[in-house]
Write a protein that binds this ligand. Structure first.
Ligand code: NAI
Ligand code: MG
Length: 398
């Protein structure tokens, strides 16, 4: 097979640090690829007025696979303030380049696995009968619709007349909001299409079948959000009945699910949700397996084969300038494993995951988060491993 080229998208802050370490691990595991650097993030917003330059889009079009660190995002006014003087007053509006990537390439399937690592001191524990302490094993994979819903970007403050008039035709809008002046109204829409709802549902059921999960849980709120969540639930029932009768379909409301996940997380397998609820529920489960240092994700478009793989954490700017980086690279390394699975380099992925599991289980090398320290530069003196030392330990196990 021809040698792969991977588009390395470091982004901002700790994104670059964890990406470099993940690439070192990939190389040590025998993954033979070239890497080209893709510009993305704050620096390009400030200097070019575009955090996602066209040249980066072209690189992804050509090579299809991106490994992404993290970016810094700021609200639109704060972002405008930081533009270089020559670009100010040009009416440029900041929008998140990672959301931009998702939408440009239709990366509508987002997958976020949350698996317990044995021996991780950050694992969720709970009280059992009597005075016992239980450590339930979490093995959940969240399928999040990644391009629509509340993050679809169809929103207005002081909406245009036509939009406002259209909303007034809805009796509930007229009754509950019609008495507010138009300029005091902000609207963010939650739009679901049948096509993309079906794609995420089918991706979830396929995954359950392939990896022998007994259930798929739809985590929405169909009793209240009747049209979008309601449509998703109805479609889930139809798809399950027609094509996946051996898999149980469970239906939970997002609010209740956030409570259940700390009571009986071991009961859940595959979870599927729209964009925002998928984001919320995946952070909830990530908290049970060690938090942001462990939470990985994949997002891809099954038709074009374009995929971008990234930890769910952000750029953690206050950690970015430490003389020795202290952040946990495991989330990024696990995201790289998801990339390997996507391009069918499953054996290498397996090898890396085994090495990570061994390092965590052994407990000799732990980053500050695993030692429950607060993230100050002196954690290294206090015995925490640096980002690089964690990657070195994983490489040693390979
Ligand atoms: P963050 O995820 O960057 O950091 C929050 C806290 O989590 C950190 O202060 C640190 O205590 C911990 N943390 C994060 N990554 C860690 C790691 N690998 N190991 C150990 N601890 C880790 O979120 P925050 O501070 O809310 O946002 C910072 C910037 O990142 C913002 O500009 C935000 O918009 C952006 N962001 C970008 C994302 C992306 O690129 N996909 C996702 C989330 C936030
Ligand atoms: Mg999030």
């Amino acid at each position: 097979m021809a040698k792969r080229t991977i588009v390395a998208l470091p982004g901002d802050g700790i994104g670059k640090v964890v990406l470099d370490e993940a690439i070192r691990v990939l190389e040590a595991a025998g993954f033979d690829a070239d890497y080209v650097n893709g510009d993305i993030g704050w620096e390009f917003w400030r200097n070019e007025g575009n955090p996602l330059p066209d040249r980066t889009i072209k690189l992804l079009e050509e090579h299809k696979i991106g490994l992404f660190g993290a970016i810094t995002s700021k609200p639109k006014d704060a972002a405008a303030e930081e533009l270089s003087p020559a670009l100010k007053d040009k009416g440029l509006v900041y929008s998140s380049p990672i959301v931009g990537l998702r939408q440009h390439f239709g990366l509508d399937i987002c997958v976020r696995p949350c698996h317990t690592y044995k021996g991780n001191p950050l694992n969720f524990i709970r009280r059992g009968a009597g005075d016992t302490i239980e450590e339930p094993e979490v093995d959940v994979v969240i399928f999040r619709q990644n391009t629509e819903g509340l993050y679809g970007g169809v929103e207005w403050s002081d909406p245009p007349e036509q939009v406002y008039e259209a909303f007034l035709t809805h009796p509930k809008f007229a009754k509950n909001f019609g008495h507010h002046p138009k300029e005091e109204i902000s609207i963010s829409t939650r739009i679901f299409s049948k096509k993309h709802t079906e794609r995420i549902l089918r991706a979830a059921f396929e995954h359950a079948r392939k990896y022998n999960y007994k259930s798929v849980t739809l985590c929405e709120k169909p009793n209240v959000i009747r049209e979008t969540s309601g449509m998703m639930y109805k479609m889930a029932k139809e798809i399950q009945k027609a094509d996946y009768p051996e898999i149980e379909l469970w239906n939970t409301n997002i609010d209740a699910q956030m409570m259940w996940l700390t009571k009986n997380p071991e009961n859940y397998g595959v979870i599927v949700a729209g964009n925002m609820f998928g984001d919320i529920v995946s952070d909830g489960f990530a908290g049970l397996i060690g938090g942001l240092g462990f939470a990985c994700s994949a997002q891809f478009n099954p038709d074009s084969g374009i995929g971008v793989f990234e930890p769910t954490h952000g750029s953690a700017p206050k950690y970015a300038d430490y003389p020795v980086s202290i952040v946990n690279p495991i989330a990024m390394i696990e995201s790289a494993c998801m990339m390997l699975d996507f391009i069918e380099e499953n054996e290498i992925a397996k090898k890396i995951r085994k090495a990570v599991a061994e390092v965590v289980a052994e407990g000799k090398v732990r980053t500050y988060d695993m030692m429950k320290m607060s993230g100050r530069p002196d954690v290294i003196e206090k015995g925490a491993a640096s980002t690089k030392e964690m990657a070195d330990a994983i490489i040693a196990k390979l």
